[in-house]
Write a protein that binds this ligand. Structure first.
Ligand code: AMP
Ligand code: ZN
Length: 109
């Protein structure tokens, strides 16, 4: 846990739409689509660049958690977006997966 990280704080005390072993889903505070969730690993990993810090099993379970979160929200068609680095639109440096479904605005970030 990184004490100055917003998403570490939300992992420990946020309003979770869904919680799994090692991952949580929350509603995005500024939705860019009818449904806009964020899936966060509980562990602080800053960006997608560090994906290798997850074990094969964790990485697979994280992706399954993303898919299950979408399914549970009743989404069949949707977008999964990861912004990587400032130039990629990332503003919170704790890895997260945007899940966007329904009527879309622009891409997040
Ligand atoms: P990114 O730009 O990819 O780093 O995405 C960060 C996302 O976090 C943005 O879509 C924000 O709207 C969202 N966000 C920022 N603060 C909060 C918060 N307190 N609760 C939920 N979502 C947030
Ligand atoms: Zn964090």
């Amino acid at each position: 846990m990184s004490s100055d990280c917003l998403f570490c704080q939300l992992v420990s005390e946020g309003d979770h739409v869904r919680k799994g072993e090692g991952f949580v889903a929350i509603n995005d505070i500024n939705p860019q689509a009818e449904t806009h969730l964020l899936v966060l690993p509980e562990r602080h990993v800053p960006t997608f660049r560090e994906i290798s810090e997850f074990s094969d099993d964790e990485a697979k379970r994280m992706l399954e958690f993303v898919a299950e979160t979408a399914r549970e929200q009743g989404l069949e068609d949707y977008r999964v977006v990861v912004n990587v680095g400032e130039g990629g639109g990332q503003t919170v440096f704790h890895l997260h997966w945007h899940v966007l479904g329904g009527r879309m605005g622009g891409l997040p970030g």
